[in-house]
Design a protein around this ligand. Structure first.
Ligand SMILES: C[S@@+](CC[C@H](N)C(=O)[O-])C[C@H]1O[C@@H](n2cnc3c(N)ncnc32)[C@H](O)[C@@H]1O
Length: 260
């Protein structure tokens, strides 16, 4: 008799050939729990049946992607870290070069790249900057491009920025359309796709926690290779890199790593 693990592993294989997304690079227990709950909620008694249905019904595919990707984000998420970026890291970067190449990797619905755009704008750096924002999930990228948010994602926006860069429309807030011109949104899978390089700053927060140790290890190497010497990798508040030296980086500040 086949075990549940074998069936789940077969599902992982089929999803990989169908979508190119490799679920085996995400922490297994977490991922399995999330997807099992969703499968049962959708009324499928096995992962085989669930996969067949996903192939036939785009809506099921989107729900599956939604559940596996976890898209929660906020403007100025962990505000004190953004303060460090603005007050300590940015001056170091601009001392070398004022035309910054910046990348928000796994940008979700856009709060993070727009936060970056506003900070760069505040320092007169936006016009000359190149600001890339990528995510695996096309649905979130579409929302990012629309730039419309509920009040829970704007609670940490500094009042001056709220005034300057958001338009309240009924219950929602629309981000200043001007800012959108400066952000290049692109679909990208961090685990399989090639990276651009020569970045001054890479922001990758609250996604690496879902990856296995091996996947993280490879990703740190790819990020390091994508930074210029002196460039900075900014990670999430539970995502410290324990031996940055292994990847040719050093600690620049808590949750910030500098390429050597
Ligand atoms: C919790 S959100 C983080 C958003 C933002 N960085 C922040 O910290 O607020 C995680 C994002 O990672 C994306 N993601 C998950 N796996 C990915 C992968 N392999 N490649 C690129 N993005 C991925 C998801 O689609 C989701 O939008």
């Amino acid at each position: 008799m086949e075990s549940q693990d074998q069936e789940f592993n077969r599902f992982v294989g089929k999803i990989k050939s169908y979508t190119t997304i490799d679920l085996s690079q995400y922490k297994e227990a977490q991922m399995k729990r999330r997807l099992t709950t969703l499968r049962i909620k959708k009324g499928f008694s096995s992962f085989d049946a669930y996969f067949e249905a996903i192939v036939k019904d785009k809506q099921l595919l989107y729900e599956f992607l939604d559940r596996m990707t976890i898209n929660v984000s906020e403007f100025w998420r962990n505000p004190n870290r953004w303060q460090v970026l603005e007050e300590r890291i940015l001056p170091q970067l601009t001392a070398v070069n004022r035309r910054l190449r910046v990348w928000s990797a796994a940008c979700s619905t856009g709060e993070e790249p727009y936060t970056l755009a506003m900070i760069l704008q505040g320092h007169g750096l936006l016009r000359d900057a190149s600001l890339l924002a990528t995510d695996l999930d096309e649905g979130v990228l579409e929302k990012a491009q629309q730039g419309v948010y509920l009040d829970r994602s704007i609670r940490d926006v500094p009042p001056v920025q709220l005034e300057k860069n958001f338009i309240k429309e009924g219950e929602v807030f629309r981000v200043n359309p001007e800012l959108k011109r400066y952000v290049r949104f692109q679909k990208q899978n961090l685990l399989t796709d090639r990276f651009e390089n020569n970045f001054d700053l890479i922001v990758c927060r609250n996604v690496m926690i879902y990856f296995t140790e091996e996947a993280k290890h490879e990703l740190y190497q790819k990020f390091s290779a994508a930074l210029r010497p002196g460039g900075i990798l900014f990670v999430g508040s539970t995502e410290q890199i324990f031996s940055p030296n292994r990847y040719g980086m050093e600690l620049a500040d808590t949750f910030f790593y500098r390429k050597l």
